[in-house]
Design a binder for this molecule. Sequence first.
Ligand code: PLP
Length: 389
Amino acid sequence: MFSSRLSFADTTNALSKAKAKRLAAGLPVLDLSDSNPANAGFAWSATDLGPMLRRDGIQRQDPDPLGLASARTAVSDYYSSRGARVPVDRLFLTASTSEAYSWVFKLLCNPGDEVLVPSPAYPLLEVIAALEGVTLRPYQLVQLAGEWVIDITTLSVNRQTRAILAINPSNPTGAFVGRRDRDVLRGFALKNGLAIVCDEVFLDYPAEGVASPGTWAGEANVLTFVLSGLSKVALAPQLKVGWIVVAGPAVATLEACRRLEHIADAYLSVNTPAQLALPDLLRRAEPLRALVRTRVAQGEATLRAWTTASVTGCTVLPRPAGWTGILTLPPGVHEDRFLMNALSEGVWVHPGYFYGMPTTVPSVVLSLLTPPDGLSAGLQALDRALKRT
Ligand SMILES: Cc1ncc(COP(=O)(O)O)c(C=O)c1O
């Protein structure tokens, strides 16, 4: 009776089952993987949000499938201040970055078609692709002299490959797509007739002292879809607004926009109050982002200090950007066994392999947004778990 798109729904791994069992037994679980900014104390107050959402206009629906012109102008201004010119008729508002992915997959792919994706990467991509009937073909990112770069020997296509995806900067590695890799991706896309899809939700979170190579929204040579949204840019995931920038050669972008407009028109997914609030949110978000960058830097420092002080033999991978910390475990430690032990100590973290991190170096991935007390308590529990593993 059900479609095979949801075949992933039949698999629950042992770790998730053990976590559910612990919660059902009423035992506490300190979730060090929680990256919801509100849970970490970074949320707009009701006093600030209320007037933004109660604007004149909330009582109507504007029929423009691309989204309200005022909201798109604000997104276009966001890119101007990052050095890219994005005309408002090349911008589509969506309900989230995840929805933006699904619209771009609908636009580019027939069921069974392929999209090239980096590995490691953000695991929700697999779910979104499966729901669109799209197959992901991974290409490998490897660490060279401390930097994540594309292993070009792993880039391959077949007749059903439609697009290549980049995450700039990546979750979980935090690596920006550097100049060399940008040229590699552009050249590969051009040679194979692929579109580029570039996820930039973490663009505004470079670590201190790291120069961002900038947005792809000004791309002129290859049909490119840049995805982002308010969940990270304005720390407002609950408002459900994302967007797609269509960039590239004029003829291809025009045709892509014409087709995307049909998809947008079928859903009209973005609610009016959030669109009306968007210009203010984008204009006022930087101080909140600065607080998040500070918290993440503190979390990273705590993690590094812990690895230096403890005798566990863990290391912290460099984090050029983003909110995520990657802790490598001592060689020979079995991730699942360690994570089960961590869970019995009341702490939940993600194994690196959830994100496609190489299994040759066992690792765990955690959110550096975690409030300081929780992070310290969590690391002590991880220490105990490691000693038992
Ligand atoms: C790299 C990346 N892209 C997209 C998303 C999803 O963003 P949204 O909440 O706008 O759907 C996330 C969420 O964590 C993410 O890490």
